[in-house]
Design a protein around this ligand. Structure first.
Ligand code: NAP
Length: 278
């Protein structure tokens, strides 16, 4: 019998709410692997010790979530160029020699979730409106630009953060004031919410959709709840919608493949198992 047992997990604080163990352990069972994926609740002051622990314990790697995505970067041996551009890491992979590489698959997950929902989707279809300028926005904006989005209207409550992002990502990103968010939806092909507004425990995003074309795709990176008030309002007026679960599932595929050596698929059964946890 194969005596190797691979272990991975998600490092965050707090982390108990994470659905990553449900996804990863579903695939472990599906592929009958000698492996497991757990929760690593790591306080910010313990992050450096926890990273040394990955090497010391021979763990295959981990996902990284709030608040460690940026802070972990200088503690790793190699940063993948895309993660470097995003300025954050969401997946760590340990090599046989113990060296640790940081990746960011959030942008990949986002683009894939649009493709899964709408196979004919193209970033070049027209202007995109992105609400928010935090970590999720960086991954979404950068991957949309890499996919060929012609113009991105970046709208954030704190305008300075959007301006800093636009200065970094180039002229295709234009900043609109938070007060202009309703008008900024005119003629967009894709609207993305990357703020936490509409997430469980937070108020709904304050956004009027009157100017939004009926054909525009509306996506929310939030997945708790699966249908945010924004997505419900968009669906009711006839817009196609995509929730944040596909982004989570698709980024998870990349880590699983790197840690455990198998390419997993997102099946209806997995979606069902996950949906039952909400
Ligand atoms: P973050 O870096 O803290 O950014 C939060 C964003 O929300 C900022 O743009 C912030 O604006 C905005 N915001 C907060 N309160 C607001 C308010 N009252 N009104 C308007 N805007 C407000 O967080 P993040 O890491 O980007 O995460 C954002 C969301 O994405 C979370 O709900 C997270 O769960 C989700 N997410 C999902 C996935 C997935 O796989 N589906 C992956 C990553 C993140 P200011 O700059 O003005 O503070």
């Amino acid at each position: 019998m194969d005596k190797t047992f691979k272990f991975a997990g998600v490092m965050g604080w707090p982390v108990a709410h994470s659905r990553s163990p449900v996804i990863q352990n579903f695939w472990v069972r599906e592929h009958k692997l000698q492996a497991a994926y757990g929760l690593f609740p790591v306080k910010p002051e313990n992050l450096a010790d926890a990273v040394r622990g990955i090497r010391a314990l021979g763990i295959a790697g981990c996902n990284v979530t709030i608040p460690h995505k940026v802070a972990i970067m200088p503690m790793l041996d190699v940063i993948d160029p895309l993660a470097r551009r995003m300025g954050a890491v969401n997946t760590v992979v340990a090599s046989a020699d113990g060296s640790l590489t940081g990746y960011n698959f959030d942008g990949y997950g986002y683009i894939q979730c649009l493709r899964d929902a709408k196979p004919d989707w193209k970033a070049s279809a027209g202007p995109v409106a992105v609400l928010g300028a935090g970590g999720a926005a960086r991954a979404v904006v950068l991957s949309l630009l890499d996919e060929g989005a012609p113009r991105i209207r970046l709208i954030n409550r704190t305008r300075g953060k959007a301006e800093a992002m636009a200065a970094e990502f180039g002229a295709a990103v234009e900043v609109h004031d938070w007060s202009e968010r309703h008008e900024a939806l005119t003629d967009v092909a894709l609207l993305v919410n990357t703020t936490n507004q509409g997430m469980h425990g937070h108020p709904a995003l304050d956004l009027h959709l009157d100017r939004l074309p009926k054909a525009a795709l509306v996506s929310d990176v939030i997945y708790i709840p699966l249908e945010t008030p924004l997505l419900a309002a968009a669906r009711e007026r006839g817009n196609p919608t995509v929730n944040g679960l596909g982004m989570l599932l698709n980024q998870a595929r990349r880590g699983f493949e790197l840690w455990f050596g198998v390419q997993p698929q997102i099946s209806d059964e997995l979606r069902g198992v996950l949906a039952a946890t909400f």
